[in-house]
Design a protein around this ligand. Structure first.
Ligand SMILES: *[C@@H]1O[C@H](CO)[C@@H](O)[C@H](O)[C@H]1NC(C)=O
Ligand SMILES: *[C@@H]1O[C@H](CO)[C@@H](O)[C@H](O)[C@H]1NC(C)=O
Ligand SMILES: *[C@@H]1O[C@H](CO)[C@@H](O)[C@H](O)[C@H]1NC(C)=O
Length: 583
């Protein structure tokens, strides 16, 4: 009652002051500021974690429903995504990973290293005690208190908004990193909270499910990728540690730090990568530049574990299924040498399509396959389409070494498609960035394939280590799936120019990343290059692309090229420069 009276008096006051709103504003904020919300240390919370960038690819974007439990006293936590399809139970000395394989769940028990990411003490709900209060707004049909935190760093601005219900329940955390010049979001996510229940949490929640019985704990040689992937779904809030450069990066990318040690680890990583980028750019002796990006606070080992799961496994391209049951077709060349133009660039045509984002999942091989398929489909039918990576991840386990987020091969992916009858369109089978179950209608050898499948004929290998053959293939057929060595730090931070890394490897067992070849050309300095599209979003590299120097095997580009084939009439014309006709 008291507040209502004051409010009424104030509105009279501001009204009587006419257009001078100053007094009004100052008094109004004095009147309304509630206490910042505080949260329990043991709790259960559920939220939808969404990455709006993925809306450029599929209509609903990418939304992960997450439930998180913590018992602070016992030092345990558990995180489920997709209603328990992916589960991580984390204690001080054990980490249980539960995930789908075709139509069953499997369990892995790890003994993590001290410095591995642990969810036990991860901050899941923000501490807004130093944020600004910005009044109430309507959200999901109710009035919500809005807390904001804004940080600018050069042309970049990061804005956090935290919405809290009248009763103190968290409603939404929105992290938005924006470039003021381009207007582009360089990182954005939204956590929409369903509920928060204060602890204590029932002990059974943390009990290992029966499928984990008898599993021997394994000590992993490198950081386990699954906890890193799950940790990426935690709504994150900045923690300032007094290191301005690193704190800016951490704010811009929504980083969270569970402990002072974690902060120190990330900060050290960041500065070592920053030094690499600055030294490279200052040396001026390269024909390409580097820039810090969302991988800047990852160690090389973490980057390889999550993004390049095949690195160092010597499993490059060994799992060939030639012969019966394979989708392999004979290689066919369509144009003679003299017809080849000096430059080909399929970007912006139906042979290329959008720059996709595999998020925190080693599914590059599925993106390589769909890039080649999209182009071949356009060549055969004249229609643009975007095809499902998730179908390949969920359902092609028995083909080659296809292991969903833990790596695979684009040729084995098409062996599977030929077996099952075809591929689903992206909007009929959306990307999840996590391992998932395979539905009956998409299982290999099914008698009842899904009716949404587009029939795929097969694929062919372009002769390896032959620049001219590969130029002909990308000219006559459009996008080609290729593999390369992406383990060089210079590749992780590539920004522009012609990439000519002397350390690049090219032998098949050294290749750890699948990408799409979409053209070739020559730069101002006269260096020939390949145009490569990556699947690390348009924030990576040169708007998602990289030019790699042609010759010397191009970091492996010529080692394992593959094109896809659909039934249909070929009508495709490359956007090119005039062929140079030799006499
Ligand atoms: C804070 O409130 C002001 C006034 O209502 C509004 O103009 C501004 O956009 C709000 N800021 C944010 C970050 O929502
Ligand atoms: C979370 O997503 C589910 C499934 O799409 C939806 O039913 C639910 O309303 C969402 N909840 C919130 C809080 O956004
Ligand atoms: C950069 O390009 C020039 C040609 O203009 C070449 O001579 C030089 O070797 C290249 N630099 C590197 C580091 O490859």
């Amino acid at each position: 009652m008291y507040w209502v009276l004051v409010a009424a008096a104030l509105s009279v006051l501001s009204y009587s002051k006419g257009v001078e709103g100053r007094v009004d504003l100052a008094l109004e904020s004095y009147r309304d500021i509630p206490a910042p919300p505080t949260f329990p240390s043991s709790f259960e919370v559920a939220y939808n974690f969404s990455l709006p960038y993925e809306k450029t690819i599929q209509k609903d974007g990418l939304i992960y429903p997450v439930t998180f439990w913590r018992d602070a006293e016992r030092g345990v936590s558990r995180m489920d995504s997709f209603g328990g399809r992916n589960i991580l139970i984390s204690t001080k000395d054990r980490e249980l990973e539960i995930m789908p394989r075709l139509q069953k769940l499997i369990c892995r028990v790890n003994e993590p290293d001290d410095d591995d990411v642990s969810l036990v003490s991860a901050p899941v709900l923000p501490d807004v005690s130093t944020w600004d209060y910005n009044g109430t707004v309507e959200l999901r049909g109710q009035q919500a208190h809005l807390w904001v935190y804004e940080k600018s760093h050069g042309a970049k601005v990061t804005l956090y908004k935290f919405y809290v219900a009248e009763d103190g329940a968290p409603l939404r955390l929105h992290m938005d990193g924006n470039d003021m010049f381009s207007g582009a979001h360089f990182d954005e996510y939204i956590a929409d909270y369903e509920y928060l229940k204060a602890g204590p949490v029932d002990e059974d929640v943390f009990r290992p499910p029966a499928i984990c019985d008898g599993q021997e704990p394994q000590k992993l040689a490198r950081p386990p990728a699954f906890p890193l992937r799950m940790a990426a779904l935690l709504p994150s809030v900045r923690i300032e540690g007094g290191d301005e450069l690193y704190d800016e990066f951490a704010a811009a990318h929504g980083r969270r730090h569970a402990s002072a040690a974690e902060y120190e680890h990330r900060r050290t990583m960041f500065h070592s990568n920053r030094l690499l980028v600055e030294t490279h750019n200052a040396a001026n002796s390269h024909n390409y530049t580097l820039a810090l990006n969302r991988f800047a606070d990852w160690s090389q080992e973490e980057f390889e574990a999550v993004m390049l799961p095949r690195h160092g496994q010597g499993k490059g391209l060994v799992a060939r299924r030639r012969g019966a049951g394979s989708g392999e077709l004979p290689y066919e060349r369509l144009a003679p040498s003299w017809r080849l133009p000096t430059a080909v660039d399929w970007r912006g045509t139906g042979a290329d399509g959008l720059v996709k984002d595999q998020a925190t999942c080693g599914s590059c091989w599925a993106f390589g396959a769909t890039a080649a398929l999209q182009s071949a489909y356009w060549a055969a039918t004249g229609k643009k389409a975007s095809f499902s990576e998730q179908q390949l991840m969920d359902c092609s386990w028995k083909f080659g070494l296809n292991h969903a987020c833990d790596g695979g091969d684009y040729d084995s992916a098409i062996d599977y498609l030929v077996n099952v009858g075809g591929i689903a369109k992206e909007n009929d089978y959306e990307y999840l960035g996590q391992d998932n179950f395979c539905d009956n209608h998409f299982m290999a050898d099914t008698k009842k394939p899904s009716s949404s499948l587009v029939r795929v004929k097969g694929y062919a290998y372009v002769p390896p280590h032959d620049d001219e053959a590969l130029m002909e293939a990308v000219y006559s057929r459009g996008t080609i799936a290729v593999s390369l060595d992406a383990s060089q730090p210079s590749f992780r931070f590539y920004a522009s120019g012609t990439y000519d890394e002397a350390q690049c490897m090219w032998k098949s067992d050294d290749l750890d990343h699948a990408v799409a070849l979409v053209g070739y050309g020559t730069d101002e300095a006269g260096i020939d290059y390949w145009i490569i599209k990556n699947s690390w979003s348009s924030h990576w590299g040169d708007n998602g692309y990289v030019n790699i120097a042609r010759g010397h095997h191009g970091c492996g580009i010529t080692t394992d090229p593959m094109y896809a084939v659909f039934d249909g009439k070929k009508h495709i014309e490359a956007p090119t420069e005039e062929p140079v006709l030799s006499a």
